[in-house]
Ligand binder design. Structure first.
Ligand SMILES: NC(=O)c1ccc[n+]([C@@H]2O[C@H](COP(=O)([O-])OP(=O)(O)OC[C@H]3O[C@@H](n4cnc5c(N)ncnc54)[C@H](OP(=O)(O)O)[C@@H]3O)[C@@H](O)[C@H]2O)c1
Length: 387
């Protein structure tokens, strides 16, 4: 077994909230785009790499660290064989026992999918529209959302709606929640799907948080918090938050890295991604604890290793290794849809789902009530004066 260095990954040419101009990312796309065959046998267009290869290497790396008995500074050590087996189970799951055909008719249900214009989110919206839900795509780039909306209408015969939401700016999050509140009085399903992975280390949000924690965790927390009255008004509502198996490869939250500064800048972008996905599980659990008795079911979902645009900052060489390992975005939406619509998930408040549509085991620290209360208090404090 080789040791693998994961720090040398290219993060050039991306568009993360103005860090670099969009054109620079898009001009790279043709060079990395190609047709691939995924594990479920479908051929598809691949704009960039998925998490697969990187997560595989990370697990391998952890495994080696354990074997060499080197220091893994976590208070919740991951058992060596357990970590490897759970990684393989999360990457190459058994055949799905649940399918989108089981989604009931959703007429009258109001849904928001953040980042519903791309990848897993777009496929999630497609399945929900096909079952007659009223679906709002909340995302940050109007042109990309409108293109997705046209495609989705052609595919399903139903129109999605748009809410402008930039999760890397808390004032935009507030404006988006207010825009929704002017339009609707209830919200049946909120799918916190949008995310960024491993942007350049200099990427931060409008308020100076690490971009990955700020967008994936703080932005989604605040959006959900503001929409809680509409979720409660639905009578029985669901919050589904996308996380990643990578959350279990973290050492928990390094508080000094959440805002920009020397400690954050020393971190590897991929470790900050895993930390943000850990935060997603913690917050999903905390919503379950705090609002379970008010009719809200909150769960988190690892969607699988999926071909999407998530790895847009990775190098083309990386794509070559990764693409055979990943599944289609249609499969990637399955577990979110299960958490959002199935009868079974009604009994799963606070649970973590893994592909395809199964209850999985989250990192025990992410389920810890003390960790949840601490992160919740921090988030409340950070968002109390948003203009
Ligand atoms: N793909 C995988 O293998 C995998 C594995 C584990 C977990 N996940 C999780 O699955 C979720 C969906 O990702 P994906 O793979 O479908 O990636 P994707 O195709 O890149 O989709 C991400 C979505 O987030 C949106 N977004 C980015 N920045 C935003 C911002 N500032 N404000 C609002 N929306 C923003 C993107 O919009 P634009 O396209 O317009 O930028 C896009 O719609 C993520 O949370 C990811 O962490 C994915």
């Amino acid at each position: 077994m080789r040791s693998v260095k994961i720090s040398g990954i290219s993060t050039r040419g991306c568009d993360y909230n103005g860090v670099k101009p969009l054109r620079s990312m898009e001009s790279k796309t043709p060079a990395t785009a190609h047709s691939i065959r995924s594990l479920d046998g479908t051929r598809q267009h691949h704009g960039n790499i998925t998490e697969a290869f990187l997560q595989g290497k990370r697990t391998e790396h952890l495994f080696i660290k354990h074997r060499l008995n080197s220091t893994l500074t976590t208070s919740h050590p991951i058992p060596t064989m357990g970590a490897v087996l759970s990684f393989y189970d999360a990457c190459w799951p058994p055949k799905a026992k649940w399918s989108v055909e089981k989604i009931p008719d959703l007429s009258g249900k109001i849904v928001i999918v953040t980042g519903g214009n791309s990848g897993i989110g777009k496929e999630t919206v497609k399945a929900l529209l096909a079952k007659n839900a009223k679906v709002y795509i909340a995302s940050h780039n109007r042109a990309r959302v409108e293109a997705a909306m046209r495609e989705l209408e052609q595919a399903t015969g139903n129109k999605a709606l748009f809410i402008e939401l930039n999760l890397s700016s808390l004032s935009s999050v507030k404006a988006a929640a207010e825009a929704f509140q002017r339009l609707e009085t209830k919200l049946d399903i909120l799918i916190n799907n949008a995310g960024v992975m491993s942007p350049p280390i200099e990427s931060i949000t409008a308020e100076g948080y690490d971009l990955q924690f700020g967008l994936n965790v703080v932005g989604h927390y605040y959006f959900t918090r503001l929409l809680t009255p509409q979720l409660i008004a639905a009578g029985s509502a669901r919050i589904v938050t996308l996380t990643s198996h990578g959350h279990s490869l973290t050492d928990g939250i390094k508080w000094e890295t959440l805002k920009d500064g020397p400690a954050r800048q020393k971190e590897k972008p991929f470790d900050l991604y895993n930390q943000s996905k850990f935060g997603n599980v913690v917050v999903a659990c905390e919503f379950a604890r705090r609002y379970g008795d008010k009719g809200i079911i909150s769960t988190s979902v690892h969607p699988g290793l999926i071909v999407t645009n998530l790895g847009r900052t990775m190098s083309p060489a990386f794509v070559k290794f990764a693409h055979y390992l990943s599944y289609s975005a249609t499969k990637g939406a399955l577990t979110s849809l299960y958490a959002a619509t199935s009868q079974e998930a009604l009994n799963a408040n606070g649970k973590y789902f893994t592909p395809w549509a199964r209850i999985g085991k989250a990192h025990p620290a992410a389920l810890d009530a003390e960790v949840g209360a601490k992160l919740w208090a921090w988030l409340e404090e950070e968002t109390k004066n948003v203009q």
